[in-house]
Design a protein around this ligand. Structure first.
Ligand code: ZN
Ligand code: ZN
Length: 594
């Protein structure tokens, strides 16, 4: 059980789910109950409201939700104890005879776990099949610390062949203050939603004609991404990585060798046939990089070999799962594969941890932790021998400990070919995002039979490290947009400076200054519109452009600019050369403030 499952908040939310379901039954006495578990930040409960005359499942309206919330709160105040009991399976089947989903669950428990008794929690007349735990009284859930949030469709047991149910999401907290803070945070998250900010700032676009989950990078978004890629390339060059470029498709035999096909076929675009051969859109870059390794005979002198590529891969995601840049069907990994000897493994792994550290800190993401995902020896999802898994896990643990990187362990969450260390970043809203990953792999080298000649003249098998600090460019940029709310640090900003000529006669001077700043590598635009100065400044601020340089008669005379920032700070006049030096310094040091 996780810490959360043992917490008071978990009991509160679990209990709130029961009482909310009780409230639903007040308004919809014929609703059938499915499941109602606590989740992160709240709980939900699924109901079957039957079919309407139109043959479609009945749903909850906004008015229904409001009425349910009022009743829900009343029922919490009207105190009642939660009473636990156990029933034999036969008793429970009789007791829940009118609840088909409860019957289904009891039979499932009997079939899969051979249970003879089930737990029931009851308060007032509402009884639910449940293991608990609960708070002792309904009043322990504060009526002013709960809220009915929204409704959505859901299938029983998440299977679209099953009945269509109506899910109500609710939230519950220790007290009113916590609820309010949570609602405020949601509001802030909505404002920062990368889909909304990305559209307002002209960063990306999703065209139905191109396809859902296949984002188009608009010029400003492409500039942002390119800046991040250049930053990463530089960091990698300094650490001895070598660039490679590989195609977007590969022969299916490649993926049969790697094991990506057919085991992961459900996550891939379907194969395509050409000239009697089958090809796949690349789901992973690894097999391609292995073939690069195999392009020549390798000796221990070549190792470690660190091959890096911004490699675009394609995965099948259900259309309902797609979300802006964070869940897509084609994305580019900042991928690299390190081919190392046994002796080099730990140092190389530490090197990658340090690179990840450097990158996140530069991005201003200082609140992050690591999670070690291991195999589940009882599952057939994982390839390779138990010994290689043990060795790989020990190597990661050793490297993480030496690098001083704390981590938690998640059994069964590894990639099929090896364990991995994932990095979880908390953004300014304290939301957790899984970003970069580092994996140790003894299995793909085995499957592809890759070798190097050791100092002893014998053939040895290298070990692979897979790593992608950003994870995917799409997802990472989506997260950055929300983290910075579109106000990126100067070095990342797609447009760094907007020139604001006061009148038409200042346009030529504004353009001259732009040329000077561009010569120092800065990204500068000139607002030549007919708008008045204040409007031009406001526009640039809305676009979150870091600096606005206003130029009028006095600035022209003094070879100067009047510096304004996107935070509406008026920094006064500065000689162009001085501004250039100031901004160049901020860019070069990747400073987070202007
Ligand atoms: Zn319960
Ligand atoms: Zn890989």
């Amino acid at each position: 059980m996780s810490d959360y499952e043992q917490s008071e908040l978990y009991k509160i939310r679990h209990s709130a789910a029961h009482v909310m379901a009780e409230a639903v039954l007040v308004h919809f006495p014929d609703a059938k109950l499915a499941f109602g578990p606590p989740i992160e930040d709240g709980f939900y409960y699924d109901f079957d409201l039957g079919m309407g005359d139109d043959g479609k499942a009945n749903t909850f309206s906004d008015e229904d939700l409001q009425a349910i919330e009022v009743t829900f709160r009343k029922l919490l105040k009207k105190n009642a104890p939660f009473v636990q009991s156990t029933m034999t399976v036969d008793e429970a089947l009789a007791f829940f005879a009118a609840e088909p989903y409860k019957i289904d669950q009891i039979e499932e428990l009997q079939r899969t776990q051979n249970v003879t008794e089930v737990g029931v929690y009851k308060h007032r007349e509402f009884a639910d099949l449940c293991r608990g735990p609960h708070v002792p009284f309904t009043k322990k859930v504060r009526h002013n610390a709960v809220k009915v949030m929204r409704t959505s469709g859901a299938y029983f047991r998440g299977d679209e062949n099953n009945a269509q149910l109506q899910r109500i999401y609710g939230t519950a907290w220790h007290n009113k203050e916590e609820l309010e803070a949570h609602l405020e945070q949601l509001e802030e998250a909505k404002k920062r939603d990368h889909r909304r900010v990305g559209k307002a700032l002209g960063l990306f676009h999703i065209s139905p004609l191109v396809g859902s989950g296949l984002p188009l990078w608009l010029p400003r978004g492409a500039m942002l991404r390119d800046t991040l890629e250049r930053f990463m390339r530089q960091a990698q060059l300094e650490r001895g990585y070598l660039p490679v470029i590989t195609p977007h498709v590969g022969n299916i035999e490649l993926y049969k060798t790697s094991g990506h096909y057919p085991y992961y076929a459900a996550d891939q675009f379907p194969p395509m046939e050409m000239d009697g051969e089958m090809f796949l859109l690349k789901p992973m870059n690894c097999p391609h990089h292995i073939e690069v390794y195999k392009s020549e005979a390798r000796s221990y002198r070549d190792l470690p070999l660190r091959l890096a590529e911004f490699g675009t891969v394609y995965r099948y995601e259900k259309s309902g799962q797609l979300n802006g840049l964070t869940r897509v069907r084609g994305f580019t990994q900042d991928d690299s594969h390190l081919f190392v000897t046994e002796d080099q493994l730990e140092d190389e792994f530490i090197g990658v941890i340090e690179l990840v550290n450097y990158i996140f800190k530069t991005m201003g993401m200082t609140d992050f932790s690591a999670r070690l995902s291991t195999n589940d020896p009882d599952s057939d999802k994982f390839t390779g021998s138990p010994e290689t898994w043990e060795k790989a896990i020990a190597a990661i643990e050793g490297a993480a400990n030496k690098a001083g990187m704390p981590y938690t362990v998640e059994p069964g969450e590894a990639a099929f070919y090896g364990p991995k260390l994932d990095f979880i970043v908390r953004d300014v809203l304290k939301r957790e995002w899984q970003l970069g990953t580092i994996q140790v792999d003894y299995n793909l080298p085995e499957r592809f039979e890759i070798e190097y000649v050791g100092e002893d003249g014998e053939k040895h098998r290298p070990i692979m490290i897979h790593r992608a600090p950003f994870g995917s460019m799409e997802r990472f940029v989506g997260i950055l947009i929300e983290h910075f709310n579109g106000a990126f640090p100067l070095w990342m900003s797609p447009v760094q400076v907007m020139m604001v000529p006061i009148a038409d006669r200042h346009i030529d001077y504004a353009k001259e200054v732009a040329v000077q700043l561009r010569s120092a590598g800065m990204r500068v635009e000139v607002d030549t519109s007919k708008s008045r100065m204040n409007k031009k400044i406001r526009e640039a601020q809305l676009q979150k452009i870091p600096y606005m340089l206003v130029v009028g008669d006095s600035e022209m005379e003094a070879a100067a600019v009047a510096v304004r920032t996107r935070d509406n700070e008026d920094r006064g006049a500065m000689v162009v050369a001085d501004f250039k030096e100031h901004a160049a310094e901020i860019i070069a040091t990747h400073a987070l403030t202007l």
